[in-house]
Design a protein around this ligand. Sequence first.
Ligand SMILES: [Zn+2]
Length: 393
Amino acid sequence: MLVLKNCRFVPFLTEDAAFEAGSVVVEDGVIREILPETAQLPADAEVLDLEGRTLLPGIVDLHTHLFYEKMEDIYTGNAAPQPTVTLNAYRYAQELLNAGCTTVRDVGDLHCRSALYIKKMVNEGKIRGPRITTSGPIISSNWTNLDSLDIYACGSDGFRDAVRKNFANGSDFIKLYGSGSLLMASNEPGYPLLESDEVEAAVLVARRNSSYVSVHAHGATAIDMCVKAGVHTIEHASMITEDTLKYIDDNGLDTALVYTLYAIDEILEMPDTYNGKRMHALIGHITESLCNAYNNHKNILIGWGTDVGLNLYRTDPMREFRLRKELLQMTNEDILKQATVDSAKIIRQDDMIGTVKAGKYADFIAVDGDPVKDLSVMYHLPAHVIKGGEVIR
Ligand SMILES: [Zn+2]
């Protein structure tokens, strides 16, 4: 049994505890009780004194690629020996956990399924790591250039077949490559790469498996088609239009948008390169679209994503917090919810993660100061990370 004492709670991330400070009792990896400051603590417990720090649920990162060490890996990844890829995935998993990501979703693995094997070893208790949900390799149409990541498919039969294979091989959900990248040469940034019958076929098979489809989609046409075909999470969602947002609202869809500002910022930080110049020309349009979804469509959940290689991630693991504040002027409360409870809801795991509540996993971070008043306390690593009742640091 572990007791975290002298915790400060965030009311909108702490359930069934109508007090601002107190202790949390953890047993068998799960929160047993949340106690007020005045309560008697169990005598036989190991105690971690948080000294008034703020206790938050662990971060849920919905858009990462564990194998991904540096940008070139997207194009050359499958050429690396499998043990190297898997060890890189292990290193990234450690880095994420150390930064307070107690749950991560891998949205595109190599054919060797490194994330799946890391996940299995974590679940068996053989290695430390975050809770992992994985798509396996991305399914795409047969004319993209991302050879390293994709399973190619063509037509609705091809997509049905590829989706079934991915589930048979251990995928928890399906990831499709729905649009070109923003910076790919074409008439429209993020132009569609799939047809609606292909996406609809994938969605149908995923639903039969009690799961869902996520899609990489930047451009307006691709996003709109994928939403109408029943995709559950739109990754990046860079140029989503008011018409598409209205369609989601009017039809009461549970479509969620997973923003990945860190990956955009990575390119903005290279203003002298060809891609950097193009991204600087597009960023006004992108922030306008993302702000419109955030400001005017409060029923649509926005998830937490990062989507950068390990080499960059480890230099500033908390950068997504600062970018949501500075680029999109989101409120501190909304940013904190996106990083925790909203992302837990999006992957339908909010029964066990996403808030501090008796009965849920004992996954926490503890930070100095009050992130609701001053978000900058989230810009550096948390003071403590705890996963399933185990004190990581
Ligand atoms: Zn990605």
